[in-house]
Ligand binder design. Sequence first.
Ligand code: COA
Length: 309
Amino acid sequence: MTDDELLARFEARIDRGEKIEPGDWMPERYRSGLIRMISQHAHSEIIGALPEGAWIPYAPTLKRKMTLIAKVQDEVGHGQMLYRAAETLGITREEMIDQLLTGKATYSNVFNYPAETWADVALIGWLIDGAAIVNQTKLLLGSYGPYARAMERICFEEGFHLKQGYDAICVLMAGTPSQRAMVQDALNRWWWPIMMFQGPRDKDSVHSAELLRWKVKIKTNDELRQEFLTKFVPKILAFGLVIPDPELRFHEETKEWTFTEPDWDEFKRVIRGGGPMNKERLGVRRLAHESGRWVREALDAFVREGRAA
Ligand code: COA
């Protein structure tokens, strides 16, 4: 078959809703696009564990501590599942980790901001995991089998993350005026990074057209942002919280939200390593990687000796 015939057959399979599996023929750009997206997603899960992980010793009650430990452990597990899914496309885990630690790979903008108070931890669990669920429940319908299957488990666990975040917000909002003020302050700081979480506006999205055509992405960045707003704005307002955007409005006629444009220059700076916490986040990962080196070497030696025996 010629390349054109192979591509036509590949696209017909995707149009029929079939999953593409690791040994199947795929265009090089499908493979490299998936490696970029899945490895970024994996890095986001691993780095995303850090802002909340740092709060484990300070969780306000034993129940919150146990819940947070479980959540952080889940996020690291998601990273492992996603690295595994990316490996099926011909990149090694070592290569991906190297790209992360040398700053070649990027990860989600939101994890480059500090979690200053316990209300930040609650808000991350509620709204960032909430935004992630909006995105990930579409990714599980995607065309690449190993990624879609990993997303099933991940979405299931993210549902628990969202509930624990929402529960922690409920307790704070039913608490003292200073607890409520802490949540409002967290919302003021996190709102704009969250508005950028689903990626640039569609007109500025580099990869969307191709990824949508091949059903790696099912919805555009703007569609996901709209869905997030529809789902969460009423809940945020029901708490009596104020969203720090005076222009945010729902239009009945178009069923669309309008809002103040986030600072996309800040977004570009943050994803390229210039956010308030980028250096610290990567520093912690490098330290963890170095301290784990002896374990990897011991395991490699064990496997080599096992093979030789
Ligand atoms: N944080 C960091 N970088 C982001 C981003 C975000 N929130 N949103 C978009 N970008 C980057 C893209 O990676 C791309 O940069 P690159 O070419 O260097 O990789 C650039 O901004 C342009 O974006 P776009 O063309 O729209 O990228 P995309 O089509 O891949 O869509 C996502 C962006 C995040 C919606 C998409 O990659 C996705 O759904 N990823 C999987 C889910 C995920 O990673 N979630 C994060 C944490 S749970």
